[in-house]
Design a protein around this ligand. Structure first.
Ligand code: ZN
Length: 155
């Protein structure tokens, strides 16, 4: 990766880590879950408001953890608004692949290239396997919430 790009990515992560977006509870959430990453101590709650059509109308999170877990949760809440439950799951699958493999298959389906580009920022964690769980914790928690599971651990 080019040094400038790496620096830019770091800035984005630090900015989201320091000033997380949608960092609050959600009173009218109809799905929520608690996620925990014992490897690092990251702990967070994800709140979702999904309408009858299966579209995420609102998304927020609370919790504490390392900059990567906070930045990932912050970016996820921004990306998920307006997405269908299926799109959200497809994005997670794709993001997980980006974080764990060097050669992700060319993007298929109807995922938004802008979203994938944003997620690319975090996929640098693949160089640090222990950090993959930090980056994916929010997404695991979001999936658990959608499936009605209240607790999820990366272990
Ligand atoms: Zn962490």
């Amino acid at each position: 990766m080019l040094d400038e790009l790496r620096e830019l990515y770091q800035e984005v992560i630090l900015d989201h880590g320091k000033h997380p977006r949608n960092f609050h509870g959600l009173e009218d959430a109809n799905h929520s879950a608690h996620g925990y990453n014992p490897m690092c101590g990251d702990t967070l709650f994800v709140y979702l408001k999904v309408d009858e059509e299966g579209i995420v109308r609102d998304c927020a999170f609370k919790g504490k953890g390392c900059a990567i877990s906070m930045a990932s949760a912050s970016m996820m809440t921004e990306i998920l608004k307006g997405k269908s439950v299926d799109e959200a799951k497809a994005l997670f699958e794709r993001f997980h692949a980006m974080c764990t493999s060097d050669d992700t298959p060319p993007h298929t389906g109807n995922l938004d290239p802008d979203d994938l580009e944003r997620l690319e920022v975090l996929s640098g964690v693949r160089e640090f396997p222990v950090r993959v769980k930090c980056a994916t914790l929010a997404w695991h928690t979001m999936t658990a919430a959608m499936e009605g599971q209240e607790e999820v651990s990366t272990e």
